[in-house]
Design a protein around this ligand. Sequence first.
Ligand code: UD1
Ligand code: MG
Length: 430
Amino acid sequence: MSLSIIVLAAGKGTRMKSELPKVLHKISGKPMLFHILEESKELSSNITVILSHKFNLVKDKLEENFKDLNIVKQDLKNYPGTGGALKNLKFIGDKVLVLNGDMPLVTSSTLKTLVESKADIAMTILELNNPTGYGRVVIENGFAKEIVEQKDCNKEQLNIKSVNAGVYCFSKDILENFVPKIDNKNAQNEYYLTDIIKMAVENGKRIEPIVVDEDEFMGVNSKIHLAQAENFMQSRIKNSLMAEGIIMRNPESIYIDSMAKFSGESILENGVTIEGDCEIISSHIKAYSVVEESIVKNSSIGPMAHIRPKSTITDSHIGNFVEVKKSTLNDVKAGHLSYLGDSKIDSGTNIGAGVITCNYDGKNKYQTKIGKNVFVGSDSQLVAPLTIEDNTMVAAGSTIIDDIPTGALAISRVKQKIVNGFFKKFFKGK
Ligand code: UD1
Ligand code: MG
């Protein structure tokens, strides 16, 4: 049995009230459409994506991230609607799985059950207390008979709690026979893919309704749905990480992007954010710290530290209110209130409280290189470009503008002056 997949992503997404096309809105750091395409790839290498609204923008994003997609532009003006999306398509394979691009939570393992159905059409059903917004499914004797869109429902149909989740597996001949017959005689004057169900039933075909879970098959149509889908995805990501051995304190307060990778036994405290392509290996990320697109290995971070993109932190301790950006730290202690940007810091080095790498002169960014066993005293400013060699010391409160050779102490302070009896003189009579 050969399978092809069509993902519908051409719609305007009006209810999203957004300039950004709906399917590019992100769930756990990744556009909704990417999530569903990644799951699709598990089942078939023949994937067609239907686009139209902001065609070039979405197409470019897809091509940057996926190879071998068949991208088709829907004629939204003349053939609007989910049925319009399939007009003039050549269908490939014995079966065709049709998915909506606004369903970021769907997993390939559930889709597989649809593909394995013996019926002419297998379709997904959600049983919802609040069916608002979805097409209602008329079910008789265990088989689906018809889907009625909310705007076309009569009073009785509006009360139906079984709704169309919007994922179907068709045998190819069904699409070839009935897609050309879909019309636009409905409340929205759109071509509804859902009309195929009624036509197929009238032609003696059998439609198997497969009940699925909302936390996997919800459609995202508004920003409220976006937040709900995000919650579902976050629970899924965190539960799977905890199952793999990650400890989370108050997991509801933690946010982790879907691209983040974990290994070893790490601890994430409450309020932690792990964003983008991160790798966290056997580390302790303390409360309210943010790690973005970085590697953290055998280290403790925070509380309230900010690790910005392209940092690699190994065997190190990063304390509270320390910001690290595009830096490589290997066996380093930076315990308090520092900014370490565009730097490379080697083993045994201690960065005192309030140390700042001055990496930017208003035009360009420059590197700070700090060697092994360097003691950088508190509140020093290291003006880049700068190299501090091994086994050196920087006196507290120094502004360092020249490289420091091995073994040296660098000190740059105004000499302290003592004025005896000054206090009494100053506050005389007060
Ligand atoms: C659709 C179903 C509805 C179902 C719901 C599940 C129809 C007519 N209705 O409604 O029964 O309960 O999904 O979420 O199919 N799209 C196109 N071209 C278009 C219009 C839409 O590609 O002309 C794409 C959209 O980008 C989106 C998907 O199809 O990814 C669904 O479109 P949407 O407008 O969200 O359909 P619903 O009204 O939610
Ligand atoms: Mg929808």
